[in-house]
Design a protein around this ligand. Structure first.
Ligand code: S3P
Length: 414
C-alpha cells in the first residue's frame, strides 16, 4: 500500500516562468523550491547563454535581471516545449538573434503555432518546415490581436511575451482557458496585462518588471501520479503537501473525485496570488468517467495517468477532444493505447482520445516509454496493481520533470 506524506518540487510551469520573468526584472529575484527537472534546467541554461546571471544559493536560485545578449551557441532546449515556445516569444520581444535546437522528440514537435503569430507581428525567422532548428532575427514587432486556434498556454504566453517588445497592444484570445500562470504572475510583477473572458491583452514593457522572492508551490501534475497510486492500491492513504491548486490546473483532482476516490482537502491557503493546499487521497472503488474537449486544458498533462486509473474503474471511460496529446513529448494517445494493450487493458484508440472498459486485472509487460516522462511515470504506477512486472525501456526519462520519482515512490510503497 501507499502510505505517508510527500512534498513536491516546484510546479514546472511556474518554475520556467519564474526564471524568465526574473530575467526581465530589475535587480535580484530569489526562487525557492524551483522544479528539479531537466526541462527547467534547460530554461536556466538558455537564459544564462543570453547573458542572464543565475546562481545557486543553498537550495534557492538567485536571478539578476538584465539586458539580453545574443547567445554565442545555439540554445539547446533539450526535451522542453515550454522552454522553446516561451523563449521564442520572450527573446523575439527582446530583439535577440538566436538559434533554438532540441532533442529528437522536441525537434519533431510543431512550432508553427508560435512562428505564425510571431511572424504576423513582424518577426523574421528561419525554421525546418515549422520545426527545430529555428533561428530568429532581431525584428521590429507590432502588436496584433491573435485568435489562437488551440487552447495552449504555451502559445498564449509566447505571443504575450513577444508583446512586451512590440509597438502597441498585443492580445490573445483562446478557445478554452488554458493555464493562466503567465497572466497571474505578470500582473503581480507590474506588467500591464489584463484579461477579459478568454482574451488577454498586454502592453509593451516600458520599465523592468519588479524583482521578487517566490516559493514555487508543489507541482500538481507530478503529485497526480501519487494521488493515482493512492487511489488504486488497496488500503492506501497519502498526504500531498503544499500542492498548487490553481483552478486552471486541478482538473485531474476533480476527475479523480468524480471517479469516487477518497479525497479531502485538509488545508488551503493563498500565496503570491496562487491557491495551495494539503490534500489527503485514499483508496476507494473507482467508477468510469467521461472527459470532453472543454475538460482537456485543465488536465492535459494528466491524461496518461487518467488512462491507468480508467483500467481500474468500473464502466466505460471515454476521453474525447484530446487531439493535442498527439503532439506532446510523444504521441501520447498512441503511447497510452499501445502500452495498455500490451498489459491487457481493454482500450480502443480514437483520433482524439480513447475508450477504456474497466476494471481489468493488468498483467506485466515491456513498455515503450517513447522517452516521455509522463508515460514512464504513468506505467510505473500501473505496475503497482499489475500481476507481473512492468519493465520500462527508458525509466530515466522521468527526470525531465521529477528526478526523485522512483525514490519517493519506493519510500511510500510499504
Ligand atoms: C505548459 C502548457 C501545456 C502543458 C505543458 C506546460 C506551460 O502545454 O502541456 O506541459 O507551462 O505553459 P499547452 O498549453 O501548449 O497544451
Amino acid at each position: 500500500m501507499i502510505k505517508g506524506k510527500i512534498t513536491f518540487p516546484g510546479d514546472k510551469s511556474i518554475s520556467h516562468r519564474s526564471l524568465m520573468f526574473a530575467a526581465l526584472a530589475e535587480g535580484e529575484s530569489r526562487i525557492s523550491n524551483l522544479s528539479t527537472g531537466t526541462d527547467v534546467q534547460s530554461t536556466r541554461e538558455c537564459l544564462e547563454a543570453c547573458g542572464i546571471d543565475i546562481r545557486d544559493d543553498g537550495d534557492d536560485v538567485v536571478v539578476t535581471g538584465g539586458k539580453f545578449a545574443d547567445p554565442k551557441q545555439p540554445l539547446d532546449c533539450g526535451n522542453s516545449g515550454t522552454s522553446t515556445r516561451l523563449l521564442l516569444g520572450l527573446l523575439a520581444g527582446q530583439g535577440v538573434n538566436a538559434t533554438f535546437i532540441g532533442d529528437e522528440s522536441l525537434s519533431s514537435r510543431p512550432m508553427n503555432r508560435i512562428l505564425d503569430p510571431l511572424s504576423q507581428m513582424g518577426l523574421k525567422s528561419k525554421s525546418n518546415n515549422g520545426k527545430l532548428p529555428i533561428t530568429i532575427y532581431k525584428s521590429d514587432l507590432t502588436g496584433i490581436e491573435y485568435d489562437s486556434p488551440v487552447a495552449s498556454a504555451q502559445v498564449k504566453s509566447a505571443v504575450l511575451l513577444a508583446g512586451f517588445g512590440a509597438s502597441g497592444e498585443t492580445s490573445v484570445t483562446e478557445p478554452i482557458l488554458s493555464r493562466d500562470h503567465t497572466e497571474k504572475m505578470l500582473k503581480g510583477l507590474g506588467g500591464n496585462i489584463s484579461t477579459h473572458g478568454l482574451t488577454t491583452t498586454i502592453s509593451p514593457l516600458t520599465s523592468p518588471l519588479l524583482s521578487f522572492d517566490l516559493t514555487v508551490p508543489g507541482d500538481p501534475s507530478t503529485a497526480a501520479f501519487f494521488a493515482a497510486a493512492s487511489s488504486i492500491v488497496p488500503n492506501s492513504e497519502i498526504i500531498l503537501n503544499r500542492v498548487l491548486r490553481n483552478p486552471t490546473r486541478i482538473g485531474f483532482y476533480g476527475a479523480l473525485q468524480k471517479m469516487g476516490a477518497g479525497m479531502d482537502c485538509q488545508e488551503q491557503w493563498e500565496d503570491a496570488g496562487e491557491t495551495i493546499g494539503n490534500l489527503k487521497v485514499f483508496q476507494q472503488p473507482l467508477n468510469a468517467i467521461t472527459i470532453t474537449k472543454d475538460d482537456v486544458p485543465g488536465l492535459v498533462d494528466e491524461l496518461p495517468i487518467i488512462a491507468i486509473l480508467a483500467t481500474q474503474a468500473k464502466g466505460k471511460t471515454e476521453v474525447r477532444g484530446a487531439e493535442e496529446l498527439r503532439v506532446k513529448e510523444c504521441d501520447r494517445i498512441h503511447a497510452i493505447c499501445k502500452n495498455l494493450k500490451i498489459i491487457g487493458a481493454n482500450i480502443e484508440e480514437l483520433e482524439d482520445g480513447f475508450i477504456i472498459h474497466g476494471p481489468t486485472q493488468l498483467k506485466g509487460g515491456e513498455i515503450e516509454t517513447f522517452h516521455d516522462h509522463r508515460i514512464a511515470m504513468a506505467f510505473t504506477i500501473a505496475g503497482l496493481v499489475s500481476d507481473g512486472d512492468i519493465i520500462l525501456d527508458y525509466p530515466e526519462c522521468a527526470s525531465i520533470s521529477y528526478p526523485e520519482f522512483y525514490d519517493e515512490l519506493e519510500r511510500l510503497n510499504q
